[in-house]
Design a binder for this molecule. Structure first.
Ligand SMILES: [Zn+2]
Length: 82
């Protein structure tokens, strides 16, 4: 799998590692400065408003690092119910 690189240049082994890092910092419930509207693969449109967010419909987990959270291109999918 390709490495994930955050906006500030931090490298992560995987999308899951992004979620792990945000949780390790205790920032998974930190609010997004601009909530991201995401067309989830389950067909629902969701609004991601915390740095780690689970789709309430299919439990797909999305994550973004604190340093990247103003740029929605850095949102990664960590997997279902990760
Ligand atoms: Zn979903």
């Amino acid at each position: 799998m390709d490495k994930v690189v955050s906006k500030c240049g931090c490298e992560f082994e995987s999308n899951q590692a992004v979620a792990d890092r945000v949780r390790a910092k205790g920032m998974d419930k930190h609010p997004m400065p601009n909530p991201a509207t995401i067309a989830c693969e389950c067909g629902h449109t969701i609004v991601m408003d915390t740095l780690v967010y689970k789709c309430p419909h299919c439990k797909m987990t999305y994550a973004i690092t604190p340093c990247s959270c103003d740029d929605h291109r850095y949102i990664v999918k960590a997997g279902i119910d990760y």
